[in-house]
Design a protein around this ligand. Structure first.
Ligand code: PAF
Length: 274
């Protein structure tokens, strides 16, 4: 496995390949990322992981500075998973000058749910993903379904810009108790880690009500938010949405339940397709 830090070296290493399959990450890899790398292997002639903590998608009060950077351990895991090339650029390599050209996704997709609570987040995500797809010349790129809205925004961006890239979603990987794997789980104290299971349990319970025929989507979300708040969480949202575009659903639509909530100082997100 090659570890490269510059665009020049990345291009040298990828020159011989026609179909890079790329897994963009911010590092601190867990089994969810590794599953994406394994999923990527048969989808291209070279498997590339990118590791870059993207300042542009963090608000000033968020955890950019403390986001765990664990390059050595990440590379060991990627090598064991059969990754061929790791692109881990310094900030000055990807942003040699202020990034004044940015990709602004439409409000209808990107100012709801996560975008409502993290203004500018999807501008940062789209801008860096566009740049990483260009740097790696990806023909396939894989993103986890845990960041459901992110996957949808990226799919739409690639479609509208007619980028020659197939976007593939990877299933959310969960701990035995149901907690969705996330780099931010590492922020949880031992007590919070035990309590964290309540988020996926809430999603499962909403999903069960939906399967049993409930159609009062707003009431289900509001009830779940109250329940989480009584258990000590600070929920941002628990929402039932239409899978295809994350808008409020109509009868017969395929549904997804999405939630974001803060436990102590850690903000967790999760979702469940129904
Ligand atoms: O999901 C992530 O880790 C990041 O948002 C991504 C897609 C790598 C862009 O920085």
């Amino acid at each position: 496995m090659k570890l490269v830090h510059t665009l020049k070296h990345l291009r040298q290493h990828l020159d011989a390949y026609r179909h890079p399959a790329v897994v963009p990450t911010m590092g601190n890899l867990h089994d969810g990322h590794i599953a994406l790398v394994r999923q990527a292997k048969p989808l291209g002639d070279v498997t590339v992981a990118t590791i870059f903590v993207n300042r542009l998608q963090f608000a000033p009060h968020e955890d950019f500075d403390t986001y765990p950077r664990t390059l050595e351990a990440d590379c060991a895991r990627l090598e064991a998973a059969g990754c061929d090339v790791v692109f881990a650029p310094l900030e000055a390599e990807l942003y040699p000058q202020p990034q004044t050209f940015k990709v602004h996704p439409p409000a209808v997709l990107a100012d709801i749910l996560e975008g409502h609570f993290r203004p500018g987040f999807f501008v940062g995500v789209c801008t860096i993903v566009m740049k990483l797809l260009s740097c790696t010349q990806a023909r396939t790129a894989l993103f986890g379904k845990k960041d459901y809205q992110q996957l949808m925004v990226i799919r739409n961006m690639v479609q509208q810009f007619a980028l020659p890239v197939t976007i593939v979603g990877g299933e959310t990987q969960r701990a035995d108790d149901g907690l969705a794997l996330s780099s931010r789980n590492g922020y949880l104290s031992a007590d919070e880690r035990q309590q964290a299971v309540q988020l996926s349990a809430t999603l499962r319970s909403v999903a069960e009500s939906l399967r049993a025929g409930a159609t009062n989507f707003e009431a289900l979300g509001a009830y779940s938010m109250r329940d989480l708040a009584e258990k000590g969480w600070k929920p941002d949202y628990v929402e039932v949405r239409r899978q295809s575009d994350l808008q409020p659903p109509q009868a017969g639509d395929k549904l997804v339940v999405l939630a974001a909530a803060r436990l102590g100082t850690t903000r967790l997100i999760d979702n469940l397709e129904v």
